[in-house]
Design a protein around this ligand. Sequence first.
Ligand SMILES: CC(C)(COP(=O)(O)OP(=O)(O)OC[C@H]1O[C@@H](n2cnc3c(N)ncnc32)[C@H](O)[C@@H]1OP(=O)(O)O)[C@@H](O)C(=O)NCCC(=O)NCCS
Length: 241
Amino acid sequence: MARVEMLEKILPKFVAIVETRQDIEVELFPEEELALGMAVPKRISEFTTARACARAALRKLGLPAAPIPNGERGEPEWPIGVVGSITHCEHYRACAVSHAHRVLTLGIDAEPNAALRSGLIDDIARPEELPMLRRLASEPSEIHWDRLLFSAKESVYKAWFPLARRWLGFEDAIVEIDPKQGTFHAKLLVEGPSLADARPKATRDMPLDTSVSTGASLQGFTGRWIVDDGIVATAIALTQR
Ligand SMILES: CC(C)(COP(=O)(O)OP(=O)(O)OC[C@H]1O[C@@H](n2cnc3c(N)ncnc32)[C@H](O)[C@@H]1OP(=O)(O)O)[C@@H](O)C(=O)NCCC(=O)NCCS
């Protein structure tokens, strides 16, 4: 597996990550075949490669290979005691997993570092986010900040869903990107799930990614981002207490 190390730079050490830029063929479990259904070759490749990454990531945690089908809302279904997230875009696939006793939820997303197609920004950005995008775009940079905002929101949704088990729209969070720290914060504008039993704590090796607003319910997520070799990647790891 060709070694890629983007997410490793932005996720805590206790998250097992496997990233690849090449497709990998593995035999799928029957549950995965069923979840995949009648798919086009592109979907078969990304799904199968993501499962190969998932198995390798589980192995890093000391766990055996297991089927990772999709649930009703597309979410990956992890073995009991595991949390994880999957992303795939052209020339890049990745999986991040961790033990559920360490991490409450994970969200990862990767996108090509290219401008969003015309008009899409109106669908994904809130009015409050537009001045930030204009400010960021006014500085010379190779980073497509509109794409980074999109990716951050996708990571938010992937981290949100396993906790809330419900939809979160692009208009339901305001994302603030910190261009210097390589972080972002998503403030939720809808009632989040209760976190009373799962207060997160910061760790020495990753103080920022683990910080969420405390309180009875989830108020937001803090994540990290990286841009390298034509890919924008974002990641959220919300740790268990
Ligand atoms: C589900 C969604 C986030 C996937 O993102 P994407 O950029 O299209 O695709 P990616 O390749 O990065 O990710 C695909 C993976 O997302 C995961 N995924 C899909 N639905 C999911 C869900 N409900 N919860 C968590 N993860 C999910 C799956 O693992 C999938 O891979 P797989 O089918 O091989 O298992 C996106 O299609 C979507 O529906 N977005 C709208 C919701 C949103 O982003 N809201 C913003 C809130 S601020």
